[in-house]
Every structure is written in structure tokens, then in C-alpha cells.
Design a protein around this ligand. Sequence first.
Ligand code: HEC
Ligand code: HEC
Length: 233
Amino acid sequence: MRPLSAFLALLLLVGCEQKQDPATRYDAKALLKQKCSQCHNLDMPPQTSPDEKAPPMMAVTFHVRDFMKVANPAEKRRKFIDFVTDYALNPSAKKSYCDKKSLESYGVMPSQKGNITPEELQAVAGYMYDHYDPEKFMKIMTERARLAAMPAYKRVLEQKNCLGCHGLKKDKVAPAFSKIAKRYRDNPDAMAQSIRHGSRGKWAGFKLAMPPFKDLTPADAKAVSEWILKEAR
Ligand code: HEC
Ligand code: HEC
């Protein structure tokens, strides 16, 4: 009996521990969206608008992180979670790290009691701390700047991996750009259309269809078409 009861006790303990860790118990990202996004924009970098109801969550997180006084950096995450959990349930102008002017324009956040539980909040706050990470943000911005500095055609080739399927002069799983350039010599606009809408069955010997790239702007599709006409002859 003894080993069995010890085993059962262990099972119980393990079960308990799992229950107590909000980070694994909840889908914090989904909760954040569900419970907080009607007022806080969640994007990184954030989208701001003149009639927003609250500061973007990235701004909130950076702000609280910076202004919170924590003697021991190892405790920062824990303290952040405690602050956010408490603030969302019992907000007040006095507790807020928001500057006076913003507080006046937004008004103090309404308590989220009844909308979200303390345990759920802990999970959400932990996710906020990890997700809205200043280093991650810098990386995103650096990458954006790198892409923005590229000529449009080059950015499209890289982002959509056109040359993964097309060779410049050689067929791969898709016809060589040089062949396509011949067919569309006088018609970069038709080619651009085709790139945005995809293509199937127009090139004998190629079984694959080309997926549509609908998220390309017409200008970007035109830029890459013109590049193909110029470079792939
Ligand atoms: C009904 C709108 C609304 C909802 C929903 C909302 N907030 Fe807020 N929140 C605000 C406003 C307005 C402010 C800015 C004023 C202030 O600091 O109280 C704010 C500020 C905050 C702050 C910053 C406090 C400071 O010191 O700067 C935190 C943290 C916060 N919200 C967390 C949350 C979390 C987490 C959720 C989702 C569970 C949430 N909020 C949902 C409106 C909202
Ligand atoms: C997954 C592989 C794949 C990728 C990625 C791909 N293509 Fe294609 N592409 C094809 C195939 C296969 C065809 C031939 C389809 C057909 O037979 O109609 C094709 C056809 C084309 C055509 C000719 C369309 C027509 O109407 O005649 C153009 C232009 C073209 N691709 C440009 C591009 C550009 C620019 C990119 C990157 C933005 C790209 N492709 C990315 C597979 C790909």
C-alpha cells in the first residue's frame, strides 16, 4: 500500500502545481486580446489613433517597466506582474505611472473586476512582460528599416522568395524569368496583375500553380515586373 499512496500523493502534488501556474494554464495571448484589446492596441510597434481609448499595450508595458522601482532586477518580472494584476482590478490615479496629462485625456482605467480573474491577469501580465520586450522591439524596427531602405523589387524578391521557384535564366519548378520576360515584353502591367492574382496552366510543362500574392501593393508588383523585364532578358 505504501508505495501506492506515495505515488498518489505525488500525483496530487503534481496536479496541484500545474493548476497553480497561470502561465501554463491559460492562453495568455488570447486572453490579452479578448480582455484588453477593446481599449489597448496590442501591435508591436503599436498603431495609435487620435481617438484611442487607452495607451497602446506596448507603451503601457515599457512605461511601467521603466518607472517601477525595483532594487533587485531579478524581481522585476514578478513585481511587474503584481503591479499589473493589482492595477487592472483596482486602478487609481494615484497608483498610475501614467503622466498627469495623459491620465486626464484618457481618464483612469475602469476596474476590470468581473471581466477577468486575478489568475488570468497574472498570466496576461507575464505574457505582456515577455512579449513587449525592448530588445525584440529594436530588432523588429531594425528589420523594418532594412527592408524599407531596399529598392521595392529587391524587397519583394526577398520577402516572397520568388527566386526559390524561378531561376533568372533557368527553369526551376517555375518557368525562368527570362521566358516570362519574353512573353510579357510589352506588358509589365499584365505581368504585375498576374503576380498579385496567381497563375495556373499558362505555362506548358509546369504542373505547379503560382500562389497569389495579394498583399503586394500594385506598385510593388509593378516594380518587380519591371525588374524582371530589364534583368531577365
Ligand atoms: C475600458 C477600457 C480599458 C480596458 C478594457 C483595459 N484598459 Fe488598461 N487602461 C485603460 C486606460 C484609459 C488607461 C490609462 C489611464 C490609466 O493609467 O489608468 C489604462 C492603463 C493601463 C495600465 C497602465 C497603468 C500605468 O500605471 O500606467 C495597465 C497596466 C493596464 N491598463 C492594463 C490593462 C490590462 C492588463 C487589461 C486587460 C485585462 C486592460 N488594461 C484593459 C483602459 C482600459
Ligand atoms: C511556389 C513557387 C512560386 C513562387 C514562390 C513564385 N512563383 Fe511565379 N510562378 C510559379 C509557377 C509554377 C508559375 C507558372 C504557372 C502557370 O503555369 O500558369 C509561375 C508564373 C509566374 C509568372 C507568369 C504568370 C503568367 O500569368 O504568365 C510570373 C510573372 C511570376 N510567376 C512571377 C513571380 C514573382 C515576381 C514571384 C515573387 C513575388 C513569384 N513568381 C513567386 C511558381 C512560383
